[in-house]
Design a protein around this ligand. Structure first.
Ligand SMILES: NC(=O)c1ccc[n+]([C@@H]2O[C@H](COP(=O)([O-])OP(=O)(O)OC[C@H]3O[C@@H](n4cnc5c(N)ncnc54)[C@H](OP(=O)(O)O)[C@@H]3O)[C@@H](O)[C@H]2O)c1
Length: 305
């Protein structure tokens, strides 16, 4: 297949490129980085700096849209909010406009979103049919991002919205951030620790995107999270166990609110989420449970690092 990716140089995109390049697919990555750097990061994929570079090339079989400035790296100042919006909502609008101008369109668009789409829903169990909860900035961002991607349905594309949970990966992402404090024995639950905390192993994130690509009846929202929802305190205990360290230092909610402002909803809010659609369609999770996922990612030597 000929697949175009945006965000192909990111944590999920690089793993996807590895997976698809090994299967012999031809990959093109739209990137702000040089073609040489893209090829090095993305398993030999062709890097392009603009969609006009695709003109005159054979038609695409799929588009995977993952680009976006990192959401949890810095507090949501006005300037940061604009960057987060432009790199997702504005960029997706431009991508769909471009698709609309093509005579031969790919049959499918797999587009990024996040579990933040639901907002902080407290104890309410959630699946893809659930109504959205309160609208913080992250939720508004995801909802606008999805709306832009959904415009491609009117162009005849099958659109899948990847409502992704924090991805657990050997390098980068949430685990990389937690590893140092937890490894030093300075980890602890966030606030009360009762908030629900969806997660997904990188292998399942890649597996699910690949599954969605090949599954014609997969359309609309797709929760990308492990099927065993758990609370922040349980996650904290499991991570401390995997690193053979105590996790005795809870971080007070007030401190997080003070330091992060509205962004603290990412840590103190939660979603009691199940991947109903993936399970209905027959996707089999490689890592449905947290302990084996952490053992796989951190390895038996985690405690000595
Ligand atoms: N990883 C997670 O835990 C997680 C959870 C939920 C949702 N998601 C969503 O899934 C998507 C992929 O996640 P990821 O972790 O792979 O992301 P990532 O590692 O942060 O990479 C995203 C890519 O977006 C592009 N990008 C970064 N800043 C940009 C900017 N200012 N303007 C335009 N493009 C920019 C970069 O591509 P170039 O440098 O090549 O241009 C980068 O490689 C993201 O949109 C993210 O919001 C991720």
């Amino acid at each position: 297949m000929r697949i175009l990716l945006t965000g192909g140089t990111g944590l999920i995109g690089r793993a996807l490129c590895r997976h698809w390049a090994a299967q012999g697919h031809a990959l093109t990555v739209l990137s702000r980085q040089s073609p040489q750097r893209v090829a090095a990061l993305c398993s030999g994929a062709q890097g392009i700096d603009g969609l006009q570079r695709l003109e005159g090339q054979p038609p695409l079989d799929a588009v995977v849209n993952l680009a976006g400035a990192p959401i949890a790296d810095r507090p949501w100042t006005a300037g940061r909010r604009q960057l987060l919006w432009d790199s997702r909502v504005t960029a997706t609008a431009a991508l769909v406009d471009w698709l609309g101008r093509q005579a031969q369109r790919p049959p499918v668009l797999l587009s990024g979103s996040a579990v933040g789409w639901y907002g902080d829903c407290g104890e309410r169990p959630l699946d893809e049919q659930s109504a959205a909860g309160p609208e913080d900035f992250g939720a508004a961002l995801c909802r606008a991002w999805e709306q832009q991607a959904l415009r491609a349905e009117a162009l005849g594309l099958r659109v899948v919205l990847l409502r992704t949970a924090p991805v657990l990966a050997p390098e980068g992402g949430m685990l990389a951030r937690l590893r140092l404090p937890f490894g030093l024995g300075l980890g602890g639950r966030l606030g009360s620790g009762t908030q629900w905390m969806p997660w997904i192993h990188l292998d399942d994130q890649v597996g699910l995107i690949d599954f969605a690509l090949h599954q014609p009846s997969c359309q609309g929202p797709l929760n990308a999270c492990a099927p065993t929802p758990l609370r922040n305190a349980d996650f904290t205990r499991a991570l401390a166990r995997a690193l053979h360290r105590p996790a005795l230092l809870p971080v007070p909610a007030r401190l997080l609110r003070l330091a992060l402002g509205e962004m603290s909803v990412l840590l103190l809010g939660g979603q009691r989420l199940t991947p109903l659609r993936a399970l209905e369609l027959g996707y089999r999770f490689r890592f449905p449970m947290l302990d084996p996922a952490l053992a796989d990612l951190l390895g038996p030597s985690a405690a000595s690092q």
